[in-house]
Design a protein around this ligand. Structure first.
Ligand code: ADP
Ligand code: MG
Length: 249
């Protein structure tokens, strides 16, 4: 069946803002919780953080039968692990492939994990190609990050309709009013909208399969009970992103 494929990327031209964590977790949420067909393009070569995470997870479940069963049980029906495509070279061909795959409508969602740089050769090709429909920019109250992301958002708006900030790393002692004020300022002075759900800072974000009894980041499943208990607001954020699709379409 022909699908309308939506291409999403959590992206900033700065490292360590939460791009990969959010791209992977969104892809797992869409695939394993909601049953959408998804594929993830890992273009952060040579680090390939998402691709390497999948490799570590596959090793972890091979070593631990209980873990393996847990992962298998999280697939309902015929859901299989989504593919992670490592973008290493041949950038022109990858961009073409992405366009073809998007137009063919084989997937509901394509998620792209980009490196935290604008001068990267793949970024310089994929952004102007307008393949990506939605850019979400993980942002902290740090002025350096905000200023850099305002510039970036203005640039990306030339290539995509849906470019929004998302507050990440919100600490429990941060005043919500501060975020309200900055969100208003961004919208009123810079024409940048901000997603409502704010992602809390939590050590659990770092945890992956195998190393701890509980984990968050996974390419093989969406550990929903744990994620919700942790109250990071990440599921709310993803639902907000999906709603945007419904409203637009
Ligand atoms: N909300 C958060 N709370 C705590 N740690 C976070 C949060 N978001 C990201 N991190 C951590 O910050 C580090 C960088 O995140 P990552 O997703 O790899 O960023 P990027 O892809 O932008 O470089 C990781 O260790 C990740 O677990
Ligand atoms: Mg990354």
């Amino acid at each position: 069946m022909m699908k309308q494929t939506r291409v999403i990327s959590f992206y900033t031209d700065k490292g360590g803002t939460g791009k990969t964590t959010m791209n992977v977790t969104l892809c797992s949420y869409l695939a394993y919780k909601l049953g959408y067909s998804t594929i993830l393009f890992d273009a952060d070569n040579p680090s390939l953080h998402a691709y390497e995470l999948l490799k570590r997870e596959l090793e972890a479940i091979e070593k631990d039968n209980e873990l393996k069963q847990m992962v298998q049980q999280s697939f309902s029906g015929d859901i299989r692990p989504y593919e992670i495509f490592a973008v290493r070279d041949e950038f022109d061909r990858v961009v073409k492939t992405l366009q073809t795959v998007k137009n063919a409508g084989n997937y509901d969602f394509i998620i792209i994990d980009l490196p935290g740089a604008l001068n990267n050769e793949f970024v310089k090709k994929i952004v102007p190609a307008k393949v990506i429909d939605s850019y979400y920019l993980p942002t902290t109250l740090d002025k350096t990050v905000m200023v850099s992301n305002i510039k970036l958002a203005n640039l990306l708006k030339g290539y995509a309709d849906d470019v929004q900030f998302v507050w990440n790393n919100v600490f429990h002692y941060d005043k919500p009013q501060m975020y309200d004020a900055y969100s208003r300022m961004l919208t009123e002075s810079y024409g940048i909208s901000v997603l409502r759900s704010r992602i809390k800072n939590t050590v659990y974000f770092r945890r992956e399969m195998g190393s701890e009894s509980t984990f968050f980041k996974s390419t093989l499943c969406y550990p929903e009970a744990f994620i919700n208990k942790n109250r990071s607001n990440i599921s709310d954020l993803f639902n907000e992103i999906i709603e945007i699709k419904t409203n637009d379409g």
